[in-house]
Design a protein around this ligand. Structure first.
Ligand SMILES: CC1(C)S[C@@H]2[C@H](NC(=O)CCCC[C@H](NC(=O)C[NH3+])C(=O)[O-])C(=O)N2[C@H]1C(=O)[O-]
Length: 351
């Protein structure tokens, strides 16, 4: 059954609610067949009073995990990595448990503790302590393995940034090529993603971009401009910069088999439920979300200091949506922003 048309008024209403809840601005781009909708409001820079627009670049946070997965799955297709081999086969320093496979890492089932739980326990002090820091992959992994695992390998889904930091280390160890080069040569260039970059550990965003503002744990305090940071705490788990048009093109290309071969795409899209009501799923570096009109969309979400992102596409890649609000540490904004998915794919407006 054909999808309902996107609801621009619905997206506007969601963005308006997100701003009322504390986001300085928001943007959404929907690409549906030959039609594109660019919807934005509020400020890209609160100090300068610059208006938001839908083409501005921003930090995508964990949407980076889908880019890392594409690189890894290309290596699987090239026969250089076996999904079900022990990750330790490919690492410079073994993880504490040989039973952790590459597939466990990609599906957040390794049990490895997420070091950001400690790092960002106090949001702004935690951020300020690392915003200009440069970490090695091993330093981040060691922060994780200092903790007991959440679960036995494969026994449960427990989302952890550590998994995708290990995957970044694994890819670089196997190929002796930096992640930045893999992203550029295997994804950004072939897909013409001119607004997408991986500049770690540089702290600046080039071109036209939205500034990001993280909220203090004391919500009565002013927002903190968090735009410039290395994101070295995230790297292959969270340091990609992109824009709405490129994210739509990327996820449409992924599900259309343009960047990973069919066998590997099938593995990525084998999603399992990860929430109680069975509306949220995780496959390999890919989220699934079942919407009110029955369609399941595939992509990823992102939370990085100053930016919330939703970037999803239909299974056939014919309709994609990327949405961003330039604040973070504000769960109300994050929950509200999910409403752009319903507007974009089910044509609904929030109550
Ligand atoms: C699973 C998530 C939500 S968290 C994970 C990753 N982002 C992070 O791990 C950053 C966490 C700190 C962000 C910070 N929050 C705090 O410091 C809270 N004390 C803020 O809101 O700016 C990402 O992105 N993923 C999201 C995802 O995949 O959707």
């Amino acid at each position: 059954t054909p999808l309902p048309g996107p609801s621009v008024s619905g997206v506007l209403a969601v963005q308006k609610q997100a701003m009322a809840a504390g986001a300085p601005g928001a943007l959404t781009r929907i690409d549906s067949g030959t039609s594109s909708y660019r919807i934005s409001m509020g400020k890209a820079d609160t100090a300068a009073g610059t208006a938001m627009d839908a083409d501005r670049r921003f930090r995508v946070g964990s949407v980076s995990k889908s880019f890392t997965t594409v690189v890894l799955m290309q290596l699987v297709a090239e026969g250089r990595v076996d999904l079900d081999a022990s990750a330790n086969t490919y690492l410079p320093k073994p993880l504490p448990d040989d039973r952790i496979t590459v597939r466990h890492l990609l599906s957040h089932r390794s049990g490895l503790w997420d070091y950001t739980n400690d790092m960002f326990y106090n949001t702004v002090p935690g951020f300020e302590a690392v915003r200009n820091k440069v970490f090695t992959y091993q330093e981040l992994i060691d922060l994780s393995t200092a903790h007991k695992p959440n679960n036995e390998p494969g026994a449960a889904y427990s989302y952890s940034n550590t998994n995708f930091v290990v995957l970044g280390q694994l890819i670089e160890h196997v190929t002796d090529v930096p992640m930045a080069t893999h992203y550029e040569q295997r994804i950004f260039k072939p897909l013409g993603l001119k607004n997408t970059s991986y500049v770690h550990p540089r702290t600046t965003i080039t071109g036209s971009y939205a500034r990001g503002y993280v909220r203090d744990d004391d919500p009565t305090l002013p927002l903190v401009d968090s735009t410039e940071q290395t994101v070295s705490w995230g790297q292959s788990a969270g340091a990609v910069i992109s824009n709405s048009s490129d994210l739509n093109r990327f996820f449409a290309a992924v599900v259309s088999g343009k960047v990973v071969p069919p066998a590997q795409l099938q593995e990525m899209m084998k999603v399992v439920p990860v929430n109680a009501d069975g509306t949220q799923f995780y496959g390999l570096g890919l989220r699934g979300r079942k919407l009110s009109c029955g369609v399941t969309v595939y992509g990823h979400t992102g939370t990085v200091q100053g930016y919330y992102t939703y970037a999803f596409t239909t299974a056939d890649g014919k309709r994609s949506m990327a949405s961003m609000a330039n604040t973070s540490n504000n769960g109300t904004v994050n929950t509200i922003l999910a409403g752009t998915l319903e507007a974009a794919f089910c044509g609904t407006s929030p109550a």
